[in-house]
Every structure is written in structure tokens, then in C-alpha cells.
Write a protein that binds this ligand. Structure first.
Ligand SMILES: *[C@@H]1O[C@H](CO)[C@@H](O)[C@H](O)[C@H]1NC(C)=O
Ligand SMILES: *[C@@H]1O[C@H](CO)[C@@H](O)[C@H](O)[C@H]1NC(C)=O
Ligand SMILES: *[C@@H]1O[C@H](CO)[C@@H](O)[C@H](O)[C@H]1NC(C)=O
Ligand SMILES: *[C@@H]1O[C@H](CO)[C@@H](O)[C@H](O)[C@H]1NC(C)=O
Ligand SMILES: *[C@@H]1O[C@H](CO)[C@@H](O)[C@H](O)[C@H]1NC(C)=O
Ligand SMILES: *[C@@H]1O[C@H](CO)[C@@H](O)[C@H](O)[C@H]1NC(C)=O
Length: 556
């Protein structure tokens, strides 16, 4: 162990970063430790980064190179993923157990990636175990480069808001519940940046302080484990400006639903009487709703927030219809710039022919008497050798079988499940349509690593090819996470042009942990290094490839 680590260190210093030269570097050193937190007021052991929960915000600009040396001082293997960062040609850095070996306790590993051709609001979180239930999350923003116009005035300030459901039990207890075959069930509450206040609490410190007349950008991500959340601010409206890296048409909302894994930016103008206001969150579609508030204070505040909270949107079927309508109101601003100066809408996604339709149906199953979740009857199991490394070293057949998941799900009454590593072979540069089919009674949320996709529809009932007539083929938002309502479906489209091994997963951590995920393998013909970088010299190795001689691309 000791000597192999020395070799890593030595090799790392010689790492060549030619492909990224020229663009500025941001360097970070992160210490991951346990420490005391109390998001719902109950003290517990949380996962901190440099002593913080939520962890530090990464404030970057398009094309920056980001180097993060992560020291794992937990007692368990640990990995972070960069949710929404596309890691173009570099799935080695994606931080999922199918792409990387975990960072062992007491060791460090240096992530090195470029936020290439992206802008917007993203976050990072731990993919190992149920670590996300205890922290390790933080915001990652990518600002536009200086000369690229942004379709709104520079706000007076920015607030980074990570909110989510929370369990007081901690990740080890939650994991042991799942390992024993049961569900973690209902969360205990909702936190906002690790805080939650009660209405009327006179000691509540403000989380956001604003000045009269100024406009602020709130970047909000739902980093919870399973609960959709509605948020709103007493007495104020919110102007939507960005969703997961796309500038949107700037509609004004009283409240917004944000599903697990999603990020949105809104502008809020402090145009009300100078006092305190509650920033209010409510769970969506839970039998017994959860609520929590934090305080937004005007700098010259002369009074407490009113105890009268703006009501949440309706629940049940009316609430689902309300939320679906809100989804449909989200539009891409076709004339705004993104990471490059050309308009977002210059890419006419609606006129590309679909080459493959994949239906992804979520299901819950029993395997050996234990709860499992899966996709089309396959429940993914992580392997000791990361799938990407097995494929790269040419020993995939010793680790997994391709294409256990078929494009068409089995009949929904078919409760058979296969528990095995799940990899779908994608065709290079094909244009795929993914239909997320939800025959369950709960809302779902899905995320694809390595890509953005056009979220073209979400509707109740069963999907049929005729439903394509209802797709938004003009100005659907390009994003990375989409909700699927109970007994409904959602459709997304994307071009598979990012070579690598990419995780498609339920954003609900319980579901992903118990198998509701798969990997897309995308290899370019000839395995050209133009399409995919070589394995970094400093890559951690584990499983059967640990001592194998390192291959280099291209094979051809
Ligand atoms: C990380 O934090 C722990 C606990 O505070 C400390 O013992 C350790 O030296 C730190 N490690 C690094 C690399 O900063
Ligand atoms: C984030 O980066 C931008 C662009 O470099 C800069 O203008 C801004 O002040 C930074 N914000 C913080 C909080 O560091
Ligand atoms: C671990 O941290 C040391 C000290 O900062 C650094 O020199 C080394 O490259 C890191 N190792 C890895 C594998 O990132
Ligand atoms: C879209 O972006 C353009 C270009 O920045 C801007 O002028 C326009 O106001 C935006 N439109 C909407 C509806 O937000
Ligand atoms: C798409 O398909 C249609 C009908 O099959 C065909 O006429 C058209 O040429 C195709 N377009 C492209 C860009 O391949
Ligand atoms: C994956 O699909 C490509 C064609 O798209 C094919 O050439 C290749 O053999 C397939 N690989 C596997 C392992 O099935």
C-alpha cells in the first residue's frame, strides 16, 4: 500500500494537462471529516468539507480548470461527483463507482477537470453509501466569460441555496436500514443550507440579508434524498432566469417546485417594506407535509416576519396538474447566449431524426426477500472494479454483461428482477429519445451524467408514439435532471456524443443505492483520443485491473 501510494504521488507530479492548457486553473484542497451539525435542530454527526456544511461553493467561469485535492478523513471509502458538470471526454473524473475507485479512508485523490463550454448552477455530492444523507454537498457555479452577454443585469449579490429533505438518523443508520431490506421511509424535515427555523422564533438569525431596491440572484438546488419541494418568499415574486445551465424565458412565479437533483436560478428584487420575510419550503406529494422556513431580512428591517405564510400549491391530482403546467411554462430563451456567444437556439434539436428510443421504467422489487429498485427489471449492483476501467483494460467480460436492460420494459406486472451490474451500449453520435415511464404512485426524478438533454414533455398516463405530437420541439429547456409524476411519463432527447461511461440514475438516493441506475457506455469508433482522453496517469486503480499494465488509446 505504502509504496504504491508513493508511485501515485510521483506520477501525479508529472501529469500532462496539455489539452487544458491556456485556460485558468482553480486549485482547492478539501478535507472531508465528520463534525457536529443540526439541520433540524437535532445534533448529529455530519460530513463536513473544510469544516463546513454545506461544503464550500466552487465559483468558476466557463472553461476553468478545476483541481481539487480531496482528503478522505472519514472511516469509509468516499467519492464526490460533480452533478451536471459534463466532464467532456473525461468520465474518469465523474465520481461514480462505475467510473472510479473510491478514495480510501486516510488517503487523498486529486480531481482535475474542466468546466468546458458550460454555464450555470450545479452541485457536488458524495456518491458512496448514503453519505449524501449526512452532508458532503455544495454548490458549483459556472459564470459566463467576460465578453459573453448574460440576459439580465448583474445582480447586487448572489445567494447559494441548497435545500432538501433531511433524516435525523445519519447515513450509517439509513444505510443499514436499506441493507437489511427495508425502506428509509419518511424524512424528518426540510433544511435550507443546513438550517430550519420555526415560524415566530424570535432568535432566528437571517440566512439572507438584502438592501431595499436591489436585485439578488438565488441559486437553488434540491440536494435532498427523495422529496420534491416547493419554495417561495413572503411578499416577493421570483423571476426565473436559469435552469441547470440554460438561460430561460424570464417568467415570474409566486412559488416554484424543485425536484430532487434539480437546480434553478431566480432573481428577487427587495421591493417591499423593510422588515423580515420568510423564505418558505414545503414538501410536495407527501401524505403528511413537511414545512420549514428561514429568514430573509432587509438590512434596515424594522420588524419580524409575518406568521402568515403564503400557502403551498395544491396537493393530490390538482397539485400534479399545477406542477406539470409549471414545467411546461419553463422555456429556453432561444436568443440568449450560453457558454458561447451564439444564441442557445441555434441548435435545432427538434429537427434531428431520432435514431433510438429507450424506455426506462422504474420499479420496486423483492430479491431474496429484500427491497430492491431497478430499471426495466434490472437492479444495478456496483462492482469492485469500476465498469469504465474494466472496459478500458479490455476485461469487461470478467466484470459485467452489456445490455441487460432492453429498450422496451417488461410488462408492469412482471415483478422478476435481475441484480447485476447494468451497462447499456450506446451508439456513438446517435440521437436518442429516452422515455421515463413511471407506473408507481410516487414522483420520480432522473439524472444523466455527462450530458444535458432537452426535456421535451411530461404527461399523465401511458406514452405512445402519437404523444410525440405534444413534444416541445422548439424551446424545451436543456438540463440534466427531470421529474416524472406518479403514473405519468417524461421524455428527453440528446445526442450521444460524449464518449465515456455515464451514470443514468434515480436522483432518489434510496432508489439509486438499491439499484435504480445504469451506465451508458459510449465508445467512439477507433477509440480516438480526439473523442476521449487517455486514462490519467494518477487514476486510482482497484479490483482486477489494479496490477494490470496500462493500455493507451487509441487502440486503432
Ligand atoms: C483534516 O482535518 C482533521 C481534523 O480536523 C485533521 O486532523 C487533519 O490533519 C486534516 N487534514 C488535512 C489534510 O488538512
Ligand atoms: C465569483 O466569480 C465571479 C467571476 O470571476 C466574480 O465576479 C465574483 O465576485 C465571485 N464571487 C465570489 C463570491 O467569490
Ligand atoms: C495527495 O496530497 C499530496 C499533498 O498535497 C499531493 O502531493 C498528492 O499529489 C496527492 N495525491 C493524490 C493521489 O492526489
Ligand atoms: C432572452 O434573451 C435576450 C438576449 O439576452 C433578451 O434580450 C431577452 O429579453 C430574453 N427574453 C426573455 C423572454 O427572457
Ligand atoms: C429524417 O427522416 C426523414 C423521414 O424518414 C427523412 O426524409 C429526412 O431526410 C431525415 N433527415 C435527416 C437530417 O436525416
Ligand atoms: C456497441 O454498439 C456498437 C454499435 O453501435 C457496436 O459496434 C459494438 O460492438 C457494441 N458493443 C458491444 C459490447 O455490444
Amino acid at each position: 500500500m505504502g509504496s504504491s501510494r508513493m508511485i501515485f504521488v510521483a506520477l501525479f507530479l508529472g501529469l500532462s494537462v496539455g489539452a487544458m492548457a491556456g485556460d485558468p486553473y482553480l486549485f482547492f484542497e478539501w478535507n472531508v471529516t465528520y463534525g457536529n451539525i443540526a439541520p433540524l435542530g437535532v445534533p448529529q454527526k455530519g460530513i463536513l468539507i473544510n469544516g463546513q456544511f454545506p461544503g464550500p461553493t466552487i465559483n468558476s467561469t466557463t472553461n476553468n480548470n478545476i483541481v481539487i485535492n480531496v482528503f478522505n478523513n472519514l472511516d469509509e471509502p468516499f467519492l464526490l461527483t460533480w452533478h451536471g458538470v459534463q466532464q467532456r471526454k473525461r468520465s474518469w473524473q465523474d465520481g461514480t463507482l462505475g467510473t472510479m475507485c473510491p478514495i480510501l479512508p486516510g488517503t487523498n485523490y486529486t480531481y482535475e477537470f474542466q468546466v468546458k463550454d458550460q454555464i450555470g448552477t450545479f452541485f457536488y455530492f458524495p456518491t458512496t453509501g448514503l453519505h449524501r444523507a449526512s452532508g458532503g454537498v455544495g454548490l458549483l457555479k459556472i459564470n459566463s466569460r467576460d465578453l459573453i452577454p448574460v440576459p439580465f443585469d448583474t445582480p447586487a449579490g448572489e445567494f447559494d441555496v441548497l435545500l432538501g429533505d433531511w433524516y435525523n438518523k445519519g447515513h450509517k443508520t439509513l444505510k443499514s436500514i436499506l441493507d437489511s431490506g427495508r425502506t428509509i421511509a419518511r424524512p424528518d424535515g426540510i433544511h435550507i443550507n443546513g438550517k430550519s427555523n420555526k415560524v415566530g422564533d424570535k432568535d432566528a438569525q437571517p440566512l439572507f440579508t438584502v438592501e431595499t431596491g436591489k436585485t439578488y440572484r438565488f441559486r437553488v438546488c434540491n440536494v435532498g434524498l427523495r422529496t420534491s419541494i416547493n419554495f417561495r418568499i413572503q411578499g416577493h415574486t421570483m423571476k426565473l432566469v436559469e435552469i441547470e445551465g440554460s438561460h430561460t424565458v424570464q417568467n415570474v412565479y409566486d412559488s416554484l417546485d424543485i425536484h430532487v437533483g434539480q437546480c434553478i436560478s431566480v432573481l428577487v428584487t427587495a421591493d417591499q417594506a423593510p422588515k423580515d420575510y420568510y423564505f418558505v419550503t414545503s414538501s410536495r406529494f407527501l401524505k403528511r407535509p413537511l414545512n420549514s422556513v428561514v429568514v430573509l431580512r432587509y438590512a434596515n428591517s424594522n420588524g419580524p416576519a409575518s406568521p402568515e405564510l403564503p400557502p403551498p400549491p395544491p396537493e393530490n391530482s390538482a397539485g400534479i396538474a399545477w406542477s406539470m403546467n409549471q414545467f411546461r411554462s419553463f422555456r429556453w430563451n432561444l436568443t440568449a447566449s450560453a457558454a458561447r456567444p451564439n444564441p442557445q437556439g441555434s441548435y435545432h434539436y427538434g429537427s434531428i431524426n431520432i435514431t433510438r428510443t429507450i424506455k426506462i421504467a422504474n420499479g420496486h422489487y423483492k430479491s431474496d426477500g429484500k427491497l430492491r429498485f431497478g430499471i426495466n427489471g434490472v437492479s444495478h449492483k456496483d462492482t469492485e472494479t469500476p465498469l469504465k476501467l474494466a472496459e478500458y483494460y479490455g476485461v469487461a467480460d470478467k466484470v459485467f454483461n452489456y445490455d441487460l436492460v432492453k429498450d422496451e420494459p417488461p410488462h408492469e406486472d412482471d415483478k422478476k428482477v435481475v441484480v447485476a451490474p447494468s451497462v447499456v451500449n450506446g451508439t456513438w453520435k446517435s440521437y436518442v429519445e429516452i422515455i421515463f415511464v413511471n407506473n408507481e404512485k410516487t414522483i420520480q426524478s432522473w439524472h444523466l451524467d455527462g450530458y444535458s438533454f432537452f426535456a421535451v414533455a411530461t404527461e399523465p398516463g401511458k406514452w405512445t408514439p402519437e404523444k410525440r405530437k405534444n413534444y416541445n420541439l422548439l424551446d424545451a429547456v436543456s438540463r440534466n435532471t427531470i421529474q416524472v409524476y406518479p403514473n405519468s411519463w417524461s421524455a428527453v432527447m440528446t445526442t450521444l456524443d460524449n464518449a465515456g461511461m455515464w451514470n443514468l440514475r434515480s436522483e432518489m438516493r434510496e432508489r439509486a443505492y438499491l439499484g435504480q441506475q445504469l451506465y451508458f457506455s459510449l465508445l467512439s469508433p477507433g477509440r480516438s483520443t480526439r473523442d476521449e482522453y487517455n486514462l490519467p496517469v494518477a487514476q486510482l486503480l482497484c479490483g482486477i485491473v489494479k496490477d494490470m499494465p496500462k493500455p493507451t488509446l487509441p487502440y486503432a
